[in-house]
Design a protein around this ligand. Structure first.
Ligand code: AVJ
Length: 329
């Protein structure tokens, strides 16, 4: 996930990134800085907004196809690795079915850099699934998969066939070439018989896409503005949140939702911690996030270029989202 380094990011790095991002001709901030405590809570809230179809749709796809998914693995037991801290409704269905199939034996390796998120989720998870053998790994994804592999190979009783989960279309925050590099790195951690289950948000009508990032309750707007609140509190910034507004639209040419913060007036903003003030023209924007939307052809190409193949795309009836099962090729 783009915020995978969040918990390790120091105030100095934050200051440096803000100074660089706001100093550019086109002002930018990295979306990984959305996710402080307040931002993470706002994101949770976004996921249950009626317009934000992504989370709900991916959940429904899993629910509908879990039987078929489990059957892909016939009588071979798997170990499950999740990129992200787990404990979502989506993770729970997967774990429930694999636990049943494997007669209450399942090794689960959630990977997240945020130690706090990881262990809070893990506690909840063990409450619901006391039989699971959980191995939380506080690390970045690539090193995490490596650690899981080492554990699996050092312990003969742990199934060495792996299923890696990456939900939420989190890949969408990466620029296409970074997304490909990400997939190639994941692929390096997969053995020939392993599989990778990854969510992709698909291209669809502009109205549907834009509504998802402009919910009526204004939660996405708060989420976007929270990055300025964070600069104020952590970097002694002087942003007046009232004088910036949330703006999200679908850039069809680039096939991505862009989120921006638009300055409503001409103004200067001082950020104490970096000893610098930044000028904003009226209507000048800070570009805060890209969220790429994919076609099934994009998924094919990603798979091919990362030495994998698409075993199956599980889609919802609207074809709004694909949960894709990729395997090494
Ligand atoms: C976590 C990157 C998948 O792009 O939809 C939600 C983040 N931004 N609303 C997305 C987000 C605004 C989300 N991802």
């Amino acid at each position: 996930m783009p915020d995978q380094n969040n918990s390790k990011t120091t105030i100095d790095e934050f200051a440096r990134d803000v100074k660089y991002g706001l100093g550019r001709k086109r002002k930018r901030l990295d979306p990984k800085y959305f996710y402080d405590k307040a931002g993470s809570e706002l994101f949770e809230s976004i996921c249950i907004q009626p317009e934000y179809y992504l989370t709900r749709t991916e959940y429904k796809i899993i629910l509908k196809n879990i039987g078929e998914l489990v059957n892909y693995f016939d009588n071979q037991n798997v170990s499950i690795i999740e990129l992200g801290s787990g404990s979502s409704k989506k993770t729970k269905i997967i774990l429930k079915y694999f636990l049943e199939k494997q007669e209450d034996k399942l090794h689960y390796f959630p990977i997240d850099v945020s130690y706090e998120m990881l262990f809070n989720s893990n506690k909840k998870l063990l409450n619901d699934f006391p039989n699971i053998t959980s191995h939380p790994i506080s690390s970045d994804y690539f090193d995490g998969i490596k650690q899981a592999n080492e554990y699996i190979h050092a312990n003969g009783n742990v199934p060495n066939k792996k299923l890696v989960l990456f939900f939420g279309s989190s890949l969408g925050n990466f620029e296409p070439k970074d997304a490909l590099n990400f997939l190639r790195s994941i692929r390096k951690g997969l053995a020939p018989n392993d599989s990778f289950l990854i969510g992709f948000d698909l291209v669809k009508k502009k109205e549907v896409l834009e509504a998802a990032y402009n919910d009526d309750n204004g939660i996405t707007a708060q989420f976007n503005l929270n990055i300025l609140r964070r600069i104020n509190s952590e970097l002694d910034g002087d942003f007046d949140l009232e004088s910036f507004k949330h703006f999200a639209y679908f850039n069809e040419y680039k096939s991505r939702i862009e989120m921006h913060l638009v300055s409503k007036i001409k103004q200067n903003v001082l950020i104490g911690k970096i000893n610098k003030s930044f000028n904003f023209l009226k209507n000048e924007t800070i570009h805060t996030e890209n969220s790429y939307k994919y076609t099934l052809e994009d998924i094919e190409n990603f798979a091919k270029k990362s030495k994998m193949k698409v075993e199956k795309n599980f889609l919802d009836d609207n074809k709004w989202f694909s949960l894709s099962l990729l395997v090494p090729n």
